[in-house]
Design a protein around this ligand. Sequence first.
Ligand SMILES: NC(=O)c1ccc[n+]([C@@H]2O[C@H](COP(=O)([O-])OP(=O)(O)OC[C@H]3O[C@@H](n4cnc5c(N)ncnc54)[C@H](O)[C@@H]3O)[C@@H](O)[C@H]2O)c1
Ligand SMILES: N[C@@H](CCO)C(=O)O
Ligand code: NA
Length: 429
Amino acid sequence: MAEALRVALAGLGTVGGGVVKLLDANRDLIARRAGRPIEVVAVSARDRTRDRGIDLSRFAWVDDSSSLATLDEVDVVVELVGGSDGPALTLARATLAAGRHLVTANKALLAHHGLELAETAERGSAALKFEAAVAGGIPVIKGLREGAAANEIGRVYGILNGTCNFILSKMEAEGRDFAEVLSEAQALGYAESDPTFDIDGIDAAHKLSILASLAFGSQPAFGAVAVHGIRHVLGADIAEAAALGHRVRLVGVAEAGPQGLFQRVHPHLVPLDHPLAHVTGSTNAVVAEGNFVGRLLFQGAGAGEGPTASAVVADLIDIARGEFGPAFAMPAGSLSAASVADSGERRGRAYLRFTVEDRVGVLAEIAAAMRDAGVSIESLIQRGVAADGRALVAIVTHEGPERSVAQALERLRGSSSIAGQPLWMPLLG
Ligand SMILES: NC(=O)c1ccc[n+]([C@@H]2O[C@H](COP(=O)([O-])OP(=O)(O)OC[C@H]3O[C@@H](n4cnc5c(N)ncnc54)[C@H](O)[C@@H]3O)[C@@H](O)[C@H]2O)c1
Ligand SMILES: N[C@@H](CCO)C(=O)O
Ligand code: NA
């Protein structure tokens, strides 16, 4: 058998520990499939003494992770530290600049620096691989980059954050509000080190920018994605959505349109006859629409030790086989700049929810604002009066431009009849 592929591993947390365990458990099978053994030779993490349930004495230990990039006996560096900058970026740059291959699960790093890293990788004929970065164990990077490579993609969208999907599913199943469910989601171990990245849609936006790059040949650019999280979704919104035959899901959508590429992460109302409505708990799912292949659905575990390690090691097997090309499906110099999302011209149906004072004229005021902005109302429900004397008004609009809905909301801003911020959610079409 050929010489081993020698791996240096930075980060021994959930994913890094999983990679060591997987390489141990499936050692022989991986060697047969890869045509050569894959061996970890050096590791780096913050705490050398922590018990991780794995024997680290067989690996060289390095305190400064960036020095893994230039260790003599290393072919590939696996970056599982996390963070868009700091030690992860330093290590990624140093590894690729040294002409070494890099595998990473770090979507934040790629969303912010993917273009630069892809250019450096190409200059050094090195691989830059990141299957674990989007939807964890689901082979969606391979699916788009290889499986669907012959297609023009019209739209790619999906549930890209397990933490949010877990929270929304729990709120739905148990009729509870966001704040009550949040701590349970954090205990799952899927949350980012800064959990606001999950809840505010940032993690999903990182992943969406990577998917968009693969699907549309755009430069990965976090700043081009419009981002809204699930913080303001109430249990009552989920109940109204259910009454309307929908479920609330945080969906990232990247779509080619007349104004260029549009990328947005936003809670959506998803109709019950759509597969994404049936994705529950921490599961992820991605849909890609190709002009020859049709609709593809990728679904599975988007996070966790085993599934994420499975994706990291799949990348190592590709490298061991010598199977890799440009990081983002075409040479970095051919990727086009991503246009910044402008939703104004988009058309669709929308859900709007207002918390209102229960008094004469409130509904008329809301209806007038809709009329004046040219928004056509499909249905309107006013629900109950709470102890504080407030009621909930939920509206679904007919299809129309998003700009008109934004104008209606603008007209209502500052109204003394409306408490707090109204919530707007598109219906997934
Ligand atoms: N946990 C998941 O389910 C999951 C899924 C997909 C992608 N990811 C991504 O994988 C990466 C790792 O995530 P995780 O959940 O394993 O994180 P984690 O916090 O469990 O582990 C991070 C590891 O990095 C080490 N570390 C921190 N600073 C370091 C430094 N300067 N040098 C060397 N090591 C350092 C820590 O000691 C720890 O071992 C992140 O980019 C994350 O977004 C995680
Ligand atoms: N925090 C992420 C981990 C996987 O990338 C999630 O909840 O989906
Ligand atoms: Na993946």
